[in-house]
Design a protein around this ligand. Structure first.
Ligand code: C5P
Length: 418
């Protein structure tokens, strides 16, 4: 999983270790990075020092550990501005709520925050904190700010934490962080980027009107599709998001088209073509009402209730997957199933003609439909790959990484109009 792509060896990572019970995992991360031939320089914050010792960092990296903004020795050897630019990538692991807040605010009151403000290199953070701290609107706002500025984020994962609470906040596993670092360092040449690609994403439910005030709908929150749109944009893709009615803010850097019905969604998708990638995450209603009433259907005492005649909606995924000059190079569908998930999803992949299927178990007891987490099986032409349960953001990040890896630099793009 964490084998380094060839080009990353010999590059330097500047690793900032902050305070937190997960700081010990930074030691395992260093082992993975140095094992892949990377040079690792470390910066230890005052809080980080409470959890790992400078000596262990020094022993693992074979390098001096930087701790103090005002150390004359350090300034003689290398000024903090030079240090901030001495690596190919700055990694903050674990990234606490505090360092995220200080990065978002642009503070520079210790060595770590100063380096993060002074650097001209890409930054990747691996957050770890208590679930309430993670969920707090302040942290989420800081996260959005950092993402919008191009900071890459790995994790956090969902699980039981040292504080005995369960939820998002646990540091991503070191191999996953190492993999993200390798991908960043390898750059577009190793398929880490979607720059120049156009991605079309559908998300949310559709509303199928019965009359001007009533409609048929489903419980889709749109969250997974919005996360995917954001993750693709973070990798440099131009993203068109065609969304049914949801209660979510537009993801930064994404062109959003709001629609109501499946027929409108299909039209908006066709308008967005050509594209390189199509991800159909919308929970499109299977039917619409044959004859939509133009005025509100009245309840008349004693009269029988109205009978709704339903007719099938267009299948957007099948439409986009159909062979033709504008077929995207990669079409990904979703399969929400309640039993024998993998089998049904594999059959759906064949039936719809798409390339990959993201299958998930939406039995009500899983809490997935409309919830924060997802547990998927990725079905491609090479087989079925079960992923561990993780939050929808982590699923999106990982899926976007897989999509980026699919596109080799020599693949022609969909000549999408900008
Ligand atoms: O057929 P089913 O609804 O199970 O297929 C799910 C997949 O097909 C999802 O990717 C969904 O977005 C897509 N779909 C679609 N248009 C439809 C029905 C489903 O794009 N009318």
């Amino acid at each position: 999983m964490s084998a380094a792509p060839a080009p990353v060896g010999g590059r330097t990572v500047l690793l900032i270790v902050c305070g937190g019970i997960a700081a010990y995992k930074a030691l395992e991360l260093i082992r993975l990075l140095t094992g892949a031939g990377l040079r690792v320089r470390t910066v230890l914050t005052a809080a980080g020092r409470q959890f790992v010792t400078p000596l262990s960092l020094q022993a693992l990296t074979g390098e001096k550990v930087y701790e103090d903004l005002f150390s004359l020795t350090d300034e003689n050897e290398m000024g903090h501005i030079a240090l901030s630019r001495s690596g190919d990538l700055l990694v903050v692991c674990p990234a606490t709520a505090d360092i995220m807040a200080r990065m978002a605010a642009g503070l520079a009151d210790d060595l770590a925050s100063t380096l993060l403000l002074a650097t001209d290199k890409p930054v990747l953070i691996a957050p770890a904190m208590n679930v309430r701290m993670w969920d707090h609107p302040a942290t989420q706002a800081n996260l959005a700010t950092l993402r919008a500025r191009g900071v890459a984020v790995v994790g956090p994962e969902i699980g039981l934490m040292a504080c005995n609470e369960t939820g998002p906040g646990r540091l991503a596993e070191p191999p996953a962080i190492a993999e993200a670092i390798f991908r960043h360092l390898a750059g577009p040449a190793a398929s880490g980027s979607l720059t120049g690609r156009h991605a079309l994403v559908t998300a949310g439910p559709t509303h199928e009107p019965i009359d001007p005030v009533r409609y048929l709908a489903n419980r889709s929150s749109g969250r997974q599709g919005y996360e995917i749109a954001a993750a693709l944009a973070a990798l440099g893709a131009r993203v068109t998001l065609v969304s049914g009615p949801v209660d979510l803010p537009p993801p930064p850097g994404v062109t959003l088209h709001r629609v109501e019905t499946a027929r409108q969604m299909l039209a908006a998708c066709r308008d967005a073509l050509p594209c390189d990638i199509a991800i159909c995450a919308a929970a499109v209603a299977d039917w619409h009402v044959a004859q939509e009433a133009t005025s509100k259907i009245k309840k008349t005492a004693g009269a029988p209730p109205p009978v709704l005649t339903l007719v099938p909606n267009p299948d957007i995924l099948a439409d986009l997957s159909a062979p033709g000059p504008t077929r995207p190079a990669l079409v990904v569908g979703f399969a929400a199933e309640t039993d024998t998930v993998g089998q049904h999803a594999a059959a759906k992949r064949q039936r719809k003609g798409c390339d990959w299927i993201v299958a998930n178990d939406v039995r009500p007891e899983t809490g997935i439909m409309g919830g924060q987490e997802n547990e998927i099986i990725l079905i491609t032409d090479t087989g079925a790959e079960p992923w561990p349960r993780m939050d929808k953001h982590a699923v999106a990040t990982r899926l976007a990484g897989r999509i980026a890896a699919f596109f080799t630099p020599d693949m022609p793009s969909g000549r999408s109009p900008s």
